[in-house]
Structures are given as structure tokens and as C-alpha cells.
Design a protein around this ligand. Structure first.
Ligand SMILES: Cc1cc2nc3c(=O)[nH]c(=O)nc-3n(C[C@H](O)[C@H](O)[C@H](O)COP(=O)(O)OP(=O)(O)OC[C@H]3O[C@@H](n4cnc5c(N)ncnc54)[C@H](O)[C@@H]3O)c2cc1C
Length: 465
């Protein structure tokens, strides 16, 4: 049996590696993790206890079948916690590492072969029917049968409106998790973006620089909505609504159905209806034509994201308190350009009035969310896969083209045998594939699909592996 490699050291890579360790027999399971502490990735690498999970503790997990659940783990560290709590993300990072550690111990006891590579994968070459060669680090090559890409979203690129002078001056920060790079307290911080990452950035900035004035700006100036403090009762008509949505034609019809349900729901909380759609969101997305998807991204994404990806109640409270104290201002405006050096000049066109104004800022932090535009990003490996025709960029810049099982589609539109992706690279295919509940289900399905018994069954049925 050939080897298999998982590329990417974040939570999705950890889930795929652990699932494979539990069932992949014969070949070696390689995990190519890059330079960071494996398992945590961007989301769970934070050490700030104010950065909370936006999913209740009871729904967080790394593997489909787990020996210990996150609640037990968290209780040992924090004392009594409830499944309905929104806990610090740092704790979940610890949990991922402990869970992967347990799988590694079990694999050792079972005599399974695995290797963890603390370097990046730099190149993948197809061996035709015989799998792939992966260049790891400077010049080491691994020969494997299957590859799972779990490389997460791309590092942020500066907005087109930011001048080279502004970028060169050091006061424009592209990594919202690296406030520690700015030792001097700024008088005014402008955060571009008002999503969940922007919210965490604002909370960190407020603690770090207690006298700084904070401004968050996005086109609609809409912060994520809050989660309810306690789980909500399900919507009694959810099943009927979901069936109607699946039978509907296009985004406008879907929105009409959701709006009607929201109007007719009586005492049911609107958040319950949005959450109840979660099991069918990928199917709904897949039913939209290219034009409808584009329409959704242009006109509805902002409100959908704010309603679907909500803040933990404590996070919301902390943000509203900053607003009430006058320390935080949230603006609905378009950033026209960022120029200058110390301070930076941020030109804005206010949405309501269309008036243009200039804000001075000692620090501007870009927190515009997931970047999945692989054709323009600076991920060396993804650029090489696109160049060599092993992968194709999604036309709406939502990762790469793939089949339903995550198998990549090559430049000629054919499934790329043995080359799979999970996580945000599959946004174009699945839309809903970035949170742990979806990631762990995808990692499990993929590991089962790649396990020897499933491969033999497919081959004897004459199917493509
Ligand atoms: C701020 C934030 C908060 C979130 N909160 C939650 C939450 O509360 N609950 C929830 O369910 N989900 C949450 N999510 C969603 C989250 O994205 C997923 O849960 C998960 O962390 C995604 O992990 P990933 O491995 O796909 O990506 P990443 O965390 O981006 O990890 C990918 C890793 O791959 C590495 N890599 C890239 N290229 C290579 C290469 N060539 N070779 C080797 N390594 C490579 C990168 O350096 C990175 O370490 C949150 C996301 C963010 C950004």
C-alpha cells in the first residue's frame, strides 16, 4: 500500500492526520506541518483569552469518534464548564494537540507507520497513475499515493487601495494576530473589516493600548450578530422550510422563503432558523449557477456572514461596552485609499452620505477575513499546482475546483486522482466548510475513503480510486 501525505499543520490537517492514523494501514501517513506548532493553525494559535470560540463547547471536537470530549478537557483546566459555554480558542488548540498526541500513541502501539515533517511542502509532481512526489523543505522528496491539501486560507494580501509608501512604513499591519509587532502605543487604530477577526483584533487592541481610539470600517459597518446566551428551541417548520429551499430556483427565491419563515416564525428566534439551514447550506450553494453565486457574493454575503458567523455573547458585550465608552466607532464606508507613513491617511467614502473624508491613523490593521483567491495569493505550493495544471482556481476566487468528495479538478476539467483538499480551499464547492463541525466530518469521510478496505472495494467495482 502506498503512503499518504497530509499537507498543512492547522486544525484541518490535524483532523485529517488523526483520522488517517486511526485507520490507514500498510503505508506511512506523513503530516507536513510547516514551521508553526502543529494542530493550532490560525484560529487556535491565539494566546489571548478574550478570543472565544464562536461555537458552543459541546459542538467542538477534532475527530468524529473521540476518546475524550472537549468539555472534559476544558473542565480539567477551568473547573466546571457547561456545554453551552463559549470557551477561549486557546483551550481548543490545547485540546487538538492532546487529541492528536493520543492518536499518535495509539498508532505507535498498533505498529502503524507515520512521520511528522516540520517543514513546508514546496512542490507536488504527478507520477501519472502512480501517485505524487512531494518536495518537502529545500530538497527532500516524498513518494506517496494520495495527498490531502489542508493548507487553510491564504495569508492576506494588501487591499489594492493601499499605497506602496503606506506598506513600506510599517504602520499598515496585514496580520491581525501580530499586534505585538507594534511596540509604540498608537493614538488611533483603524481596523479594516467588521467580521469576527476584526472583532478579536479590536478587543486585543483595546487591552493592549487602553488610551487608543479605535475605528472599525467596512462597507456596511455591520458587526456580527450575537449568539443567544443559551441554545435556542428549533424552528418547528424547519424541515418543511429546508425541503422548500432545496426545491427552489435561485438565490432570490431562497431569500424569499427564508424571509417568509422569519416573518411567520412567531416566537421562534431568527437565529434558530439560520442555524437549522446548516445541514443543507452546501447543497443550496451547489444548486446555484455561477451567475447566482456571483449575485449572492455581491449583494447578500455581508448580511449572511454576519447572521451565520455570530459572536459569543461575552465578545458582543465587550464590543458594545467599547462603543458605549466612546472608545470604538464603527463606520459604514468604503476605503478609497491608504497613503502616507506616520501617521497613515485613510480616505473613506461614507455609505450613507457618499461624503469623502480622511482619517489619520498611527496604525491600520487589515482584518478583511478569509482570502481564498488562490490565483492571486502568495502560497508557493498552490501557485505551482495551478501553474502545472494539477489544480484549477474557482472562477469566483473561492479556492480550487473540486468534486463533491474534495478531489481536485485539473486544468482539463478531469478529477485529479489521489489529490484531495479539505477546509477553506473548497469554499467554491461547498461554501460551508470552514468550521470544525464540517471539517471533522470531511476529514473522517476522506480517511474512510482512503482506507485500504474502501480502496479495494472501489477497485474491484471498477471505480476510480
Ligand atoms: C479567527 C478565527 C476563529 C475561528 N473560530 C472558530 C470557532 O470558534 N469554531 C469553529 O468551528 N471554527 C472556527 N474558525 C474556523 C477555522 O478556520 C477552522 O476551525 C480551522 O481552524 C481551519 O483550519 P485549517 O487547518 O483549514 O486552516 P489554518 O488554520 O489556516 O491552517 C493551515 C496551516 O497550513 C499551513 N500551510 C500552508 N501551506 C503549507 C505548505 N505548503 N506546507 C505545509 N503547511 C502549509 C499554514 O501555515 C497553516 O498553519 C475560526 C477561524 C478563524 C480564522
Amino acid at each position: 500500500m502506498a503512503d499518504v501525505a497530509v499537507i498543512g499543520g492547522g486544525a484541518a490537517g490535524a483532523a485529517a492526520f488523526g483520522e488517517l492514523l486511526a485507520r490507514f494501514e500498510g503505508g506511512t501517513v506523513h503530516w507536513i506541518v510547516g514551521q508553526h506548532a502543529p494542530g493550532r493553525g490560525v484560529a487556535y494559535g491565539t494566546s489571548d483569552n478574550q478570543h472565544l470560540l464562536n461555537v458552543r463547547a459541546a459542538s467542538m471536537g477534532v475527530f468524529q469518534e473521540h476518546a475524550e470530549d472537549f468539555l472534559q478537557h476544558a473542565s480539567r483546566q477551568l473547573g466546571q464548564v457547561k456545554g453551552t459555554d463559549f470557551l477561549p480558542r486557546r483551550l481548543f488548540g490545547d485540546f487538538i494537540q492532546a487529541q492528536v498526541g493520543a492518536r499518535i500513541d495509539a498508532a505507535r502501539r498498533a505498529g502503524r507507520s507515520f512521520r511528522i515533517h516540520p517543514e513546508s511542502a514546496r512542490e507536488i509532481i504527478s507520477r501519472g497513475e502512480g501517485g505524487y512526489a512531494i518536495r518537502v523543505g529545500a530538497d527532500r522528496w516524498l513518494e506517496v499515493g494520495d495527498v490531502v491539501l489542508a493548507v487553510g486560507a491564504l495569508a492576506q494580501r494588501p487591499l489594492r487601495t493601499v499605497s506602496t509608501t503606506a506598506l513600506a512604513g510599517g504602520a499598515y499591519e496585514l496580520d491581525p494576530w501580530r499586534l505585538d509587532r507594534h511596540p509604540h502605543a498608537p493614538r488611533r487604530v483603524v481596523v479594516i473589516g467588521t467580521g469576527l477577526t476584526a472583532v478579536d483584533t479590536l478587543l486585543s487592541a483595546a487591552i493592549r493600548w487602553p488610551h487608543a481610539e479605535l475605528v472599525a470600517v467596512s462597507r456596511h459597518g455591520l458587526l456580527p450578530f450575537n449568539h443567544a446566551a443559551l441554545p435556542l428551541a428549533p424552528y418547528a417548520q424547519q424541515e418543511a422550510l429546508n425541503q422548500a429551499l432545496l426545491a427552489s430556483d435561485g438565490a432570490a427565491a431562497m431569500f424569499r422563503l427564508v424571509r417568509r419563515a422569519l416573518n411567520e416564525a412567531g416566537d421562534t428566534d431568527w437565529r434558530s432558523i439560520i442555524d437549522g439551514m446548516r445541514p443543507i447550506n452546501a447543497q443550496l450553494w451547489q444548486r446555484l449557477t455561477h451567475a447566482r453565486r456571483r449575485q449572492f457574493l455581491r449583494h447578500a454575503r455581508w448580511i449572511w456572514e454576519a447572521a451565520r458567523h455570530r459572536m459569543a455573547p461575552a465578545t458582543g458585550e465587550a464590543i458594545y461596552q467599547l462603543q458605549e465608552e466612546g472608545r470604538l466607532q464603527v463606520l459604514a464606508a468604503r476605503v478609497l485609499d491608504v497613503d502616507g507613513s506616520a501617521p497613515l491617511q485613510v480616505s473613506l467614502r461614507e455609505r450613507a452620505t457618499q461624503l469623502v473624508s480622511v482619517l489619520e491613523a498611527d496604525l491600520v490593521i487589515q482584518a478583511t477575513g478569509l482570502d481564498t483567491a488562490v490565483a492571486y495569493g502568495a502560497n508557493e505550493l498552490l501557485s505551482q499546482l495551478l501553474r502545472d495544471g494539477l489544480a484549477t482556481a474557482d472562477p469566483l476566487q473561492l479556492g480550487v475546483l473540486a468534486q463533491a468528495d474534495g478531489q481536485l479538478v485539473d486544468a482539463d476539467g478531469r478529477p485529479q486522482r489521489g489529490l484531495y483538499a479539505i477546509g477553506s480551499l473548497l469554499r467554491g464547492n461547498l461554501w460551508e466548510c470552514t468550521a470544525m463541525p464540517e471539517i471533522r466530518a470531511a476529514a473522517h469521510r476522506l480517511a474512510v475513503h482512503l482506507s485500504p478496505a474502501a480502496v479495494v472495494a472501489r477497485e474491484s467495482a471498477g471505480e476510480q480510486p
